[in-house]
Design a protein around this ligand. Structure first.
Ligand SMILES: Cc1cc2nc3c(=O)[nH]c(=O)nc-3n(C[C@H](O)[C@H](O)[C@H](O)COP(=O)(O)OP(=O)(O)OC[C@H]3O[C@@H](n4cnc5c(N)ncnc54)[C@H](O)[C@@H]3O)c2cc1C
Ligand code: FES
Length: 338
């Protein structure tokens, strides 16, 4: 038996046998660290700072950890099997992530590849969440797959305290989580999730905001925009969104009406090919790669805060362009949908 203490005040204390991973041990005790790969060391979401007998960092963990993180004892909880007592340093917000069981009350095909799912908490239950936060859907155990599989989905509705939450799920061919939510879950079914996690906290609210997303990356940006509509700032917001065609832009009408309702808001759909819109290119739209469009639109040394969401390819490509433009890394936030 080993003891695992959490934070300075020993908020909770749990036990684990030597062979159990830290992630599993924490799940058993209701401490819901984020994870998107079922503990296989391939999402990097389960990072935790550890003091004590955590053993040597495994080669599988190394690509996820910066030199500074490694030096301060950060590890992937899914790869650590404590050999003795350890103390974890966990963000208090993580300890606030709770498990909920919700009922699916609405489903809508937002595009041929993206399905919107609305879930309601039971009774008078509600959760508090902020723009850009995500939840982890608990997938049912299936034969041959690791247990405790979870997938992250961003909250897409207006943030605040609410009984109903909306997520937007993009179909991943052969994907377990998206397959479960799109094909397996029906109206009236219950779904388990933990959260909320993460979030988008502006460090420079005085600067204009540039949101860049592709596919289901529109979901967290929608929560940011709906929040901005309620509490407009002074800097203006531009949203560059990559879709295959103009016919595949989720919430296209809502985004156009936001251009009237949210002062300083501009929506720029960027499509890889013309199609789905008989009249051709809508006003403000672009055809081509979103990375090239970003490169053209952002000036060298631009004073802007940026929120990137979507595939690792989009996030990494856009991050490179922004670094070349001299945008400080502290002004670039990202959600990589791994
Ligand atoms: C913070 C965050 C927020 C996110 N928000 C959203 C969101 O709002 N909406 C959204 O749709 N997604 C979101 N994601 C992504 C989401 O969590 C899932 O990663 C995504 O839905 C794919 O999961 P899946 O289970 O369907 O696919 P997986 O089963 O994980 O498969 C992914 C791909 O890998 C292939 N694959 C799987 N296993 C193997 C293997 N052993 N060998 C070879 N290939 C394999 C599959 O065929 C598939 O093509 C988010 C991710 C993060 C980290
Ligand atoms: S759970 Fe994915 S890396 Fe640990």
């Amino acid at each position: 038996m080993v003891r695992i203490a959490i934070n300075e005040g020993e908020l909770i204390q749990i036990s684990a046998t030597g062979g159990t991973t830290l992630l599993e041990a924490l799940y058993e005790r209701g401490v819901n660290l984020p994870s998107s790969c079922g503990g296989q060391g391939s999402c990097g979401l389960c990072k935790v700072r550890i003091e004590g007998a955590s053993g040597a960092c495994l080669p599988l963990e190394r690509p996820w950890l910066t030199d500074e993180e490694l030096a301060e004892g950060t590890r992937l909880a899914c790869q650590v099997r404590p050999a003795g007592d350890v103390r974890l340093h966990l963000d208090k917000a993580l300890l606030g992530a709770r498990e909920h069981t919700v009922r699916v009350v609405a489903r809508e095909n937002l595009t041929p590849q993206i399905v919107g799912i609305t879930c309601e908490l039971p009774g008078s239950d509600a959760i508090d969440w902020s723009p850009g936060q995500y939840i982890q859907i608990h997938l049912p155990d299936s034969p041959g797959a690791p247990s405790h599989m979870r997938r992250a989905y961003s909250l897409a509705s207006r943030p605040g305290r609410s009984r109903a939450i909306e997520i937007e799920v993009q179909r991943t061919p052969g994907g377990i989580g998206s397959g479960y939510l799109i094909d397996g879950v029906r109206l009236g079914d219950t779904v388990k999730f933990s959260g909320p996690y993460g979030g988008f906290e502006r460090r420079r609210p005085d600067l204009p905001l540039l949101c860049v997303a592709g596919g289901a990356g529109a979901a967290p940006v929608r929560s940011v925009l709906l929040d901005a509509k309620e509490r407009p700032g002074g800097g203006g917001v531009v949203f560059l969104y990559a879709a295959p065609t103009f016919g595949e832009v989720p919430h296209a009408e809502e985004l156009r009406s936001l251009e009237r309702d949210l002062p300083g808001f501009t929506f720029v759909p960027v499509v890889s090919r013309l199609g789905g819109v008989p009249a051709g290119l809508p006003p403000g739209g672009e055809v081509g790669s979103i990375i090239d469009v970003l490169d053209r639109r952002v000036e060298q040394g631009a004073r802007v805060e940026v929120y990137l969401c979507g595939s690792p390819r989009l996030v990494d490509g856009c991050s490179r362009v922004l670094a070349e433009k001299g945008i400080p890394s502290g002004q670039i936030h990202h959600d990589r949908f791994v």
